[in-house]
Design a protein around this ligand. Structure first.
Ligand SMILES: [Zn+2]
Length: 133
């Protein structure tokens, strides 16, 4: 049950970016979850609905991108994706391995709406001063 603090920090980061962009409303949030991070999509979604209530990010749609686990065997240097239920090297059966990918969890991007007619995707630049000529 570690999804609550995770979801809270996602919200915090989201709101910080939204505020920096002058956004009034966050519409989409893109999250990357490594297979090994054991974060459950449904739990994040569940907590999200609770913690985002009353914030500009309320009702934002969460998108999850799963990154498959990738390991490197320290004995034979084989890089592989582990079979279900076992992390051991398929070539030499060693369990002396390094995690190369799959442990990550981060916020990849957010999409916002704002009164300022910013482009729909979050960007660093301010609104363009584009007077009708
Ligand atoms: Zn090996």
């Amino acid at each position: 049950m570690h999804e609550l603090p995770i979801t809270e920090s996602v919200l915090e980061i989201t709101l910080r970016h939204a505020q920096a962009a002058g956004a009034t409303n966050v519409t989409h949030i893109y999250l990357v979850i490594g297979q090994l991070s054991s974060v459950v999509d449904d739990s994040v979604q569940f907590y999200w609905d609770i913690v985002s209530k009353g914030t500009p990010a309320e009702g934002a749609q969460l998108h999850f991108r799963r990154i498959p686990t990738e390991l490197v065997c320290l004995e034979c240097d084989l890089q592989y994706q582990p079979a279900e239920g076992s992390l051991a090297c398929p070539a030499c059966q060693s369990s002396n391995v390094n995690v190369k990918a799959g442990g990550e969890f981060y916020l990849e991007a957010i999409e916002v709406e704002s009164d300022e007619k910013l482009p729909p995707k979050y960007s660093e630049g301010g609104p363009s001063v584009d007077g009708s000529s």
